[in-house]
Write a protein that binds this ligand. Structure first.
Ligand code: ADP
Length: 480
């Protein structure tokens, strides 16, 4: 299902809301039940027990008054009986009004019995007042029977109510226990549902974001291949589509850049090489006799074309490096011939500057897996810099030896040295150190950056050690 991020979150919150509402509704229902039971115990059962006591006491008092009246014929006693009779009816009606069904049946029976009893008492009082002869014991027996019957009913009422109260309290305790268990189950269930749902929603959001993140990293490293296949959630799906579009554009740009550099390399290098060759031929006298002045100018031309070819090569290397398109052809070879070749190439310049160039190579050097052309490029750069920065009469020394299971090559010169704060920055692109005045030299600030990339691509390390004014040593190590 392709739900949007908003819908996912909204749905998640809705489910949580419904679960919480369900738990709350259950809690409210249980509380209502407790309330009903408690109210029934407090308002009905306890009060019926109170009325039972009042009615029983009243009945016994009435019986005492009417019996005393039959003996003494004292009307005041009969009046007391009548007053209690009124109260009895009121209490009975109030108890009946409480509306308890089981108590209602007994109270109605008491009501009927009481009517018979008070009729009997009224009839006897009438006979007594008219001084008629009647069988007193018969009346007494009948009244006692009815009073006993009513007391038994009241007794039963009390027992029933106590039993009802006990049942309700037990019910209350059971309901509380049940509510506790159900609440725990519902709460745990809700928590599980909430956690699982949060995990699902979060995962469905973070997974595509994670994919986007790793793809962005790949792009940052210059890998534009392979699109992102994300369709859900739609917002991230759209982002992924835009991302894929961006990848396509970047791929296209990369291709255009590579095309541009290869054509530029051809366009710049070909005429520069022709200029260099032409100048060389003119210097060799192929174009006829040249004057000293012309020869000097031609020499400057040749040197500058060489320098330009070097700059173009460096720029091309740099762009390849940036595009991650630097290619290497690795092979297992010894560094010794490369060092000799680099020294041989620089020797004319060394002699022109009257510098002493020594080399110390621990033969035989172990073979290393290298791209010879690229390593030669590094050696040329380090030796070129050493000779460039070393003043006339100075010294340059090349040392190559195995060290700690690796191959170590160092180029030491007696030049101006590199300030401590520049020892690492000189390996960055376009960094040219801080040589001023006599030490300021032409350069692009690219040589060491390219050398570092080449050495790193060989799994090696390159660094500089120097004391200002006392020369510098550039060292690189290669696995072997
Ligand atoms: P470039 O020499 O073309 O400027 P590099 O990357 O080869 O570029 O060198 C960067 C900077 O490092 C130089 O400009 C210079 O300041 C410093 N440097 C390099 N080699 C030496 C050296 N042997 N002695 C003193 N400074 C050096």
């Amino acid at each position: 299902m392709r739900l949007s991020l908003f819908s996912r979150l909204a749905l998640g919150y809705l489910v949580i809301f419904l679960l919480v509402t369900a738990v709350s509704a259950y809690a409210i229902f249980q509380l209502h039940r407790f309330d009903e039971l408690t109210e029934s115990v407090l308002k009905v059962d306890t009060r019926i027990l109170e009325y039972e006591k009042i009615l029983a006491d009243s009945l016994l008092s009435q019986s005492r008054y009417e019996q005393k009246f039959t003996i003494t014929k004292d009307e005041a006693l009969y009046k007391q009986f009548l007053t209690l009779k009124q109260d009895f009816y009121v209490q009975l009606a109030t108890a009946l009004a409480l509306g308890d069904s089981s108590a209602g049946t007994l109270l109605s029976k008491i009501h009927r019995d009481y009517q018979s009893y008070e009729e009997l008492v009224a009839r006897e009082a009438e006979l007594l007042r008219k001084k008629k002869i009647y069988v007193q014991s018969q009346f007494k027996e009948e009244k006692n029977r009815i009073v006993d019957q009513m007391l038994a009913s009241l007794e039963k009422l009390r027992a029933d109510q106590q039993q009802a109260t006990y049942t309700k309290v037990r019910e209350l305790a059971e309901a509380a226990e049940q509510a506790r268990e159900i609440s725990v189950v519902i709460t745990v269930g809700c928590l599980i549902v909430i956690v699982v749902m949060s995990l699902i929603v979060t995962r469905s959001i973070t997974r595509p974001i994670g994919l986007l993140k790793s793809k962005t990293r790949e792009i940052a490293q210059g890998h534009f291949e392979g699109g992102l296949q994300i369709t859900s959630p739609p917002e991230i799906g759209e982002l992924a589509a835009a991302f894929n579009l961006m990848c396509d554009k970047l791929r296209e740009l990369e291709r255009m850049k590579a095309d541009f550099f290869s054509s530029m390399s051809h366009e710049l290098r070909t005429p520069l090489t022709s200029i260099k060759e032409g100048t060389g031929l003119l210097l060799d006298g192929v174009g006829g006799e040249t004057t000293d002045k012309q020869r000097k100018l031609l020499a400057i031309l040749a040197e500058e074309s060489n320098r330009l070819i070097g700059v173009v090569n460096s720029l091309l290397d740099l762009s390849k490096m940036d595009a991650g398109m630097m290619t290497y052809e690795f092979e297992w070879v010894s560094l010794d011939p490369l060092i000799r070749r680099a020294i041989a190439e620089i020797t004319p310049l060394v002699e022109a500057k009257q510098i002493s160039l020594e080399s110390s190579v621990d033969l035989p050097l172990p073979a290393a897996r290298i791209d010879p052309e690229r390593i030669l490029q590094v050696l040329r750069n380090l030796l070129g810099n050493a000779v460039k920065f070393t003043p006339k009469g100075g010294r340059v020394r090349v040392v190559a030896k195995p060290a700690n299971g690796k191959l170590e090559v160092s180029v030491t010169d007696s030049g101006p040295g590199v300030p401590a704060e520049s020892l690492t920055t000189i390996f960055e692109k376009f960094s040219q150190g801080s040589h001023k005045g006599a030490h300021a030299r032409h350069g692009t600030g690219l040589g060491l950056a390219i050398a570092k990339t080449i050495i790193k691509s060989h799994g090696g390390e390159i660094w500089a050690e120097s004391q200002l004014g006392r020369g510098s040593t550039f060292v690189f190590v290669l696995p072997c």
